[in-house]
Write a protein that binds this ligand. Structure first.
Ligand code: ATP
Length: 362
């Protein structure tokens, strides 16, 4: 039986509550299936840690994390406590960029029973995968401010696209499409109004697409893609987008799935140079932090993605099936129209997991 070393980084706000539920589900999965063992270690890196130590994570944080097989992350940032530009760049972005986790994979599909704002749509009606570039683009941290506070203050935020960075994410999207037996890749761009970086991106997309003649493609401007996600999400299969565009579109995906408390994401270095990091798409939700009512579904889904990535596809499906049992049964947190607490919802998933494991063994 394989043992996997997992670093738990709850981070800030509701991250603490939801990572706890993710951890408990992983423990139950190991107990009920006997398929793996977890060696989990939690790290307290957060805005509180920043207030005590003057940095969000210690200097050697990446060296420490590099010794793990995977990271389960909660959420980063409490803007009333530490400015986001500090916590994000010293926290989650430091891990994504330092570990070259250049793929951010965000699935969007409806789980049974969840409320969607889309009239007449249910589970199975759309199932799309957003492949978001995760290491450069608009979030590269390139820019600056001068003459701050003056009437002639200047702020620059420069989009960084490198040939290597753009080609590898687009190639990953096509390879993933092939591996999953999917058929279509949509290139999300904005090359009508932005004449340099997205035009370059489009050229690289066409070059890479030529290597995959069995996969159909289309090109969608990001504003049109946003509208299409709401009006006809079923027309998407795999989308590939830059850091900013992918971030925005996958939040729309979250809204279509019922709440931001549902969608999950994987941050991957496909070459396996550093451990992957799995996290909910949502942030620290300061408005509900400490109330015990955050949905743990996104984090449990992220944990399932981690289980699959670690080579346990069957067990990952079991977690997703248990999640589906719970969403269908209505043990949901207030964001999804229920009155369950975070702990109630997590406990219901663990019960469903045990029930499924028992019936599978019978
Ligand atoms: P970030 O920029 O870090 O992603 P954000 O500013 O987009 O953060 P979130 O923290 O994701 O904000 O929260 C956006 C809204 O969604 C808030 O109203 C929050 O309460 C709600 N929300 C986010 N996550 C959850 C969750 N797990 N359960 C319930 N509601 C959530």
């Amino acid at each position: 039986m394989s043992t996997h070393r997992i670093a738990l980084l709850p981070g800030d706000g509701i991250g603490v509550d939801v990572v706890r539920e993710g951890q408990l589900v992983l423990d139950t999965l190991a107990q009920t299936t006997g398929a793996m063992r977890w060696d989990m270690q939690e790290f307290p890196w957060s805005c509180d840690y920043y207030l005590q130590h003057g940095q969000y994570m210690p200097d050697d944080a990446l060296d420490t994390l590099d010794g793990f097989d995977a990271i389960l992350y909660g959420a980063c940032g409490l803007p009333d406590v530490v400015p986001d530009e500090i916590s994000q760049h010293q926290g989650v972005l430091r891990v994504r960029q330092g570990f070259e986790l250049y793929v951010n994979l965000r699935p969007a599909r409806l789980l049974p029973g969840l409320p969607t704002p889309l009239a007449g749509k249910g589970p199975g009606d759309f199932d799309l995968l957003c492949v978001r570039e995760n290491s450069e683009g608009e979030y590269a941290g390139c820019g600056g401010r001068v003459h701050q506070g003056s009437s002639y203050e200047v702020a620059l935020q420069t989009t960084v696209f490198t040939r290597e960075g753009v080609e590898r994410i687009i190639r990953y999207a096509f390879d993933l499409t092939m591996r999953l037996g999917r058929r279509h890749v949509t290139n999300v761009t904005k090359s009508n109004a932005l004449q340099f970086a997205p035009v370059f991106w489009d050229e690289v997309f066409e070059e890479v697409a030529a290597d995959y003649p069995g996969i159909t493609t289309d090109r969608n401007l990001v504003d049109a893609a946003a509208a299409r996600m709401v009006s006809s999400p079923e027309t998407f299969d795999v989308l590939v987008a830059s850091n900013l565009f992918g971030d925005i579109l996958s939040d729309i995906g979250g809204a279509l799935m019922g709440s931001l408390g549902v969608p999950a994401s994987a941050n991957i270095n496909p070459e396996g140079a550093h451990p992957p990091m799995f996290e909910p798409v949502h942030g620290s939700a300061p408005d509900i932090a400490g109330q015990g009512i955050a949905s743990p579904i996104a984090t449990i889904w992220a944990a399932a993605m981690m289980v699959e990535h670690l080579g346990h596809a069957k067990e990952a499906e079991l977690v997703m099936a248990a999640l589906g049992d719970v969403t269908a049964s209505g043990a949901l947190t207030p964001d999804l129209g229920g009155d369950a607490t975070t702990a109630d919802c997590g406990a219901a998933v663990r019960d469903a997991l045990r029930a499924r494991a028992v019936s599978a063994a019978a």
